[in-house]
Write a protein that binds this ligand. Structure first.
Ligand SMILES: [Zn+2]
Ligand SMILES: [Zn+2]
Length: 64
């Protein structure tokens, strides 16, 4: 398996699995594969993922 050679669905950049986030993260745009927001502060809508998680009751299963 070549998990470290995945391409970002957003920008086509290289994705590397982040131990901090637990998912592959794009080295180009920061896209988190399979996530809409993350505790590291990233969010798909450009907001603050950590704040969004807290406001949502820290539910990690939300997928809009
Ligand atoms: Zn993250
Ligand atoms: Zn990207």
């Amino acid at each position: 398996m070549a998990e470290n050679e995945m391409k970002c669905p957003e920008c086509g950049g290289k994705m590397e699995r982040s131990r901090e986030c637990g998912v592959p993260v794009c080295t180009g745009c920061g896209h988190h594969l399979g996530l809409a927001r993350c505790y590291c502060g990233w969010a798909a809508d450009g907001g603050d993922g950590r704040d969004q998680l807290i406001e949502m009751g820290e539910c990690l299963d939300d997928d809009y």
